[in-house]
Unconditional design. Structure first.
Ligand code: CAA
Ligand code: NAD
Length: 292
């Protein structure tokens, strides 16, 4: 493995998980957030997850401390200049991602691979905004990153074999099971999973059943680990809305269109578990379905 220094941009749900698994796997990891408050929140999230792994006896206290020591935190993009790979996990907006990759392109060395964890944007559209189109891939991790084994490794028509192989090897080195995917919006999983979540919202809007009953039906009827509304809250309602808009814009197929109810929930600032409310209220010990 010729990658040792990893940069992670964005320390929300996904960035914190990616930074954690990379640090646990022995990489030197530097995390960048937009300001000190977000950085501190991300730092706490990683620490809590590492402590939880120790409590569950998945990690020894020594391993946790070693992983923690391999992590550093910054608000400066320039602190990522020496990284071998930079993985972006910021908001699902092409403009924001391209502004970031443009800045990184000026700062990082020739050999640095750029990777995006985007759920729905085309990797090609980000690679095209840089001068390293051959050294650009998608590395799509799944939520929660410490638990989910899959990583979709996405190549564009310009990604070199060497870059793809290095990124694939990196995904394996952080303990994941990588699969190769073409650069189409939604790759493999979200092409199937996003319409499923959106259909559940349409079903609710039509009054087919309650939030709790639809979730129970899919867990007990199909053996899914969580129902679609718990999953929406888990992914983030704001993120799901952006993903849906991007996929609808790409395919112009109704099944990707954001249901009006989804937009209304976003307007109310209910972003799911991370904000305390979504389809459920997450403030208590157990999630409570909200009147919608
Ligand atoms: N960090 C670390 N470990 C976690 C965790 C987290 N955030 N959440 C749960 N775990 C671990 C627990 O420690 C536990 O481990 P042990 O069994 O070894 O003790 C294990 O996961 C199971 O956890 P729980 O018993 O607390 O809860 P659960 O059985 O309900 O499992 C779950 C939780 C793993 C999240 C499970 O419900 C699940 O698999 N849900 C589906 C997740 C999913 O579909 N993810 C994909 C989202 S879509 C996406 O990511 C793509 C995109 O672009 C939007
Ligand atoms: P999030 O809202 O939890 O976190 C995003 C973080 O990025 C925030 O903390 C924000 O402050 C930070 N940020 C924004 N602009 C930044 C910049 N220029 N530099 C540094 N930090 C910046 O979102 P998330 O759920 O972690 O999603 C991040 C990315 O991962 C998105 O592209 C999303 O589509 C993708 N993704 C999400 C999931 C999921 O289930 N939530 C799964 C796979 C992939």
């Amino acid at each position: 493995m010729d990658i040792s220094k990893v940069g992670v941009v964005g320390c929300g749900l996904m960035g914190s998980g990616i930074a954690e698994v990379a640090a646990k796997s022995g990489f030197d990891v530097r995390v960048r957030e937009v300001n000190d408050d977000f950085l501190e929140a991300g730092r706490k999230r990683i620490r809590k997850s590492l402590d939880r792994a120790v409590e569950k006896e998945k990690l020894s206290a020594e391993e946790r401390d070693a992983a923690w020591d391999r992590l550093s935190f910054t608000t400066e993009v320039s602190d990522l200049a020496d990284r071998d790979i930079v993985i972006e996990a910021i908001v699902e907006e092409l403009e924001a991602k391209n502004a970031l990759f443009g800045a990184l392109d000026e700062l990082c060395g020739e050999g640095t691979i750029f990777a995006s964890n985007t759920s729905s944007l085309a990797i090609t559209d980000m690679a095209a905004a840089t001068s390293r189109r051959d050294r650009f891939v998608g590395l799509h991790f799944f939520n929660p990153v410490p638990v989910m084994k899959l990583v979709e490794v996405v190549r564009t028509i310009a990604t070199s074999d060497e870059t793809f192989d290095r990124a694939f090897a990196f995904a394996k080195a952080v303990g994941k099971a990588p699969v190769a995917a073409k650069d189409n919006s939604g790759f493999i999983v979200n092409l199937l999973l996003v319409p499923y979540m959106l259909d559940a919202i349409r079903q609710l809007d039509r009054g087919v059943a309650s939030i709790a009953d639809i979730d129970t039906a899919m867990t007990l009827g199909c053996g899914y680990p969580m129902g679609p509304f718990t999953l929406c809250d888990f992914v983030g309602i704001d993120t799901l809305y952006k993903i849906s808009e991007i996929m609808y814009d790409e395919y112009r197929e109704e099944r990707y269109a954001p249901p009006p109810l989804l937009r209304r929930i976003v307007s109310m600032g209910r972003y799911g578990r991370k904000s305390g409310q979504g389809f459920y209220d997450w403030s208590g010990e157990k999630p409570v379905p909200l009147e919608i």
